[in-house]
Design a protein around this ligand. Structure first.
Ligand SMILES: [Zn+2]
Length: 299
């Protein structure tokens, strides 16, 4: 299956990842581990060389099982639950889940949403930076004030095309996202946003409609951002129900995972599994996660 997914254009026949040569022999290691040898450059490679599963330690079936478990979930897969099901250490499945998120993100790379006559909903969701109120009432501070926050709060901004794809990104504030939105939403797209003042500057570049959530969620004439809100509600449930902590360095990966799940939700789960494996085999080895458990680099 890995052969068929990695080299579909050659009918599943291995081609050298170093030089592209099609003349390749099976040359198993003394241990019996499967390797291929290229006739042209004499380099050896495995089924996963140069992919996100490179240097894998577990049998390939475990990876396939992990992908199946991961993509069959609706909102997300807890790494702890996955480690129980696969019989691995928590850290192994944590890293594996993150590699799969990285593979899913490959589908979003360079994505442009919208186009003339299309509608894109834009909204933001704040994550992280929770400040616990003090025990005694007299010690509690007004947590709405910037000086009483801890600066760890981030915002996930999603651009969701109606009847189309979604594209998330992470910023310090909603207004920091304007440049990104301008770059990734096609010209002539109609943008729908809520009443937040941070979106005001988009009005100069796009035809825009606003909905004031203070008075209504939809004006009956197609002005609403409920697609973006739905994306966030599912992402929030993934945080509360599965991951518990998504804010921090990898927030964008969780957002990209949520986006992939959103866009591919109508596919049969067999197709989803196959697509995730294909994305994993098309991804280069992960910079963040390759050798993470062995501490090849300091986090
Ligand atoms: Zn070669």
């Amino acid at each position: 299956m890995f052969k068929a997914i990695r080299w579909p254009e050659h009918g599943g026949k291995p081609h050298c990842p170093h030089c592209g040569c099609p003349t390749v022999y099976e040359a198993r290691r003394p241990s019996g581990a499967l390797r291929f040898r290229c006739k042209a450059c004499r380099g050896d490679f495995s089924l996963t060389s140069g992919t996100i599963f490179a240097h894998h330690k577990m049998p390939l079936r475990s990876y396939l099982m992990a992908v199946a478990l991961f993509s069959n979930e609706v909102k997300g897969k807890s790494a702890l639950a996955m480690s129980r099901e696969l019989g691995t250490h928590y850290r192994t499945s944590f890293v594996l889940c993150h590699k799969l998120r990285e593979a899913m993100a490959l589908e979003l790379k360079g994505r442009i949403v919208g186009g003339p006559g299309r509608v894109v909903e834009v909204d933001g969701m704040y994550v992280g930076g929770y400040v616990k109120p003090a025990n005694h009432k007299e010690n509690r501070r007004d947590r709405r004030l910037a000086r009483n926050q801890n600066g760890k709060r981030q915002v996930v901004v999603v651009m969701r095309e109606r009847d189309g794809h979604s594209l998330p990104a992470v910023f310090k504030s909603e207004s920091a996202a304007l440049g990104f939105i301008t770059n990734r939403v096609a010209k002539g797209t109609e943008i729908m946003a809520d009443e937040a003042a941070s979106w005001n500057d988009l009005q100069a570049r796009f035809p825009m409609r606003r909905i004031d959530h203070g008075s209504q969620y939809s004006d009956g004439a197609g002005t609403f951002t409920n697609g973006a809100e739905g994306f966030f509600s599912r992402m929030r449930r993934a945080e509360i129900g599965h991951h518990h902590h998504i804010a921090g360095a990898y927030l964008v990966r969780y957002a990209q995972e949520a986006s992939w799940r959103e866009d591919n939700r109508r596919l049969a789960n067999g197709t989803q599994v196959r697509n995730v494996v294909a994305l994993a085999l098309a991804s280069r080895p992960s910079v963040d996660w390759c050798g993470y458990t062995q501490r090849w680099q300091r986090a």
